[in-house]
Design a protein around this ligand. Structure first.
Ligand code: PGA
Length: 252
């Protein structure tokens, strides 16, 4: 049995004080939730205040990105060494990083290794563009990303990694994948993970991401290979995010 995992990706939203207030609202709204794992991923500058807000709760903390080097002349970057001990998770390879900041699969692979080395659990994002989807290339894209982004990862480390399948055409568009499509893609990803890691793949969590809301979460999360959600826009409103976590709980 895999524990459902709902992570809120706040992206570049919320000031430090707004982030603290949102975290406090979530702590109170999620007090009764034990069956589902929850992580909040605020911007770097709010990691410490959100960490203090969620202290003594089971809620986990995630960063949205990091560099692969421990330190050095990389102005504006944050290293795994800085996140170790602060965050539990780190989102890597989000499509917005790939699209707007030119991140390659080779760079993302180095980040995955760096995160594991420092005890951070990667939430590795993969997914196809609308054009790739329409050309019928989705599986080829997912296969390539899984193999390139996870190259060299030992099976013993596999269960520390979470995969987020996020079709790019569904992110922030209000047009989520259907539950059946999410299931089919996540099952395909798991098949690829089995090829890399054997039976460890059955213990790995695969999230769906892309326009998840309180209205569609229950159906998407009811699918056997969908082990949670990476939630963007809907994670910025406490009530909506709490309802998504409760939808996961209802299925468990
Ligand atoms: P969205 O974003 O929920 O706003 O579509 C998801 C994501 O980018 O992780």
């Amino acid at each position: 049995m895999r524990t459902q995992f709902i992570a809120g990706n706040w992206k570049m939203n919320k000031t430090v004080s707004e982030a603290y207030d949102l975290a406090i609202a979530l702590v109170s709204g999620l007090r009764a939730v034990r069956e589902t794992e929850v992580a909040l991923c605020p911007p770097f500058v709010s990691l410490t205040v959100v960490k203090s807000a969620i202290a003594n709760t089971p809620i986990k903390l995630g960063a949205q990105n990091m560099h692969d080097q421990d330190k050095g002349a990389f102005t504006g970057e944050i290293s795994p060494l800085m996140l170790a001990g602060l965050a539990d998770y780190v989102i890597l390879g989000h499509s917005e990083r790939r699209q707007h900041f030119g991140e390659s699969d080779a760079f993302i692979n180095r980040k995955v290794h760096a995160a594991l080395k420092h005890g951070l659990r990667p939430i590795l994002c993969i997914g196809e563009t609308l054009e790739q989807n329409e050309r019928g290339e989705t599986e080829a894209v997912l296969r390539r990303q899984v193999h390139e982004d996870l190259a060299g990862v030992a099976p013993a480390d596999a269960t520390r990694i979470v995969i987020a399948y996020e079709p790019i055409w569904a992110i922030g568009t209000g047009r989520a994948a259907t539950a059946n499509d999410a299931q089919a893609r996540c099952a395909y990803v798991r098949q690829q993970l089995r090829g890399l890691f054997g039976s460890a793949a059955d213990a790995m969590r695969i999230q769906y991401g892309g326009s998840v809301t309180a209205a569609n979460a229950k159906e998407i999360l009811s699918k056997p290979d969908v082990d949670g959600a990476l939630v963007g826009g809907a994670s910025l409103k406490a009530e909506e995010f709490i309802a998504i976590v409760q939808a996961a709980k209802a299925n468990s």
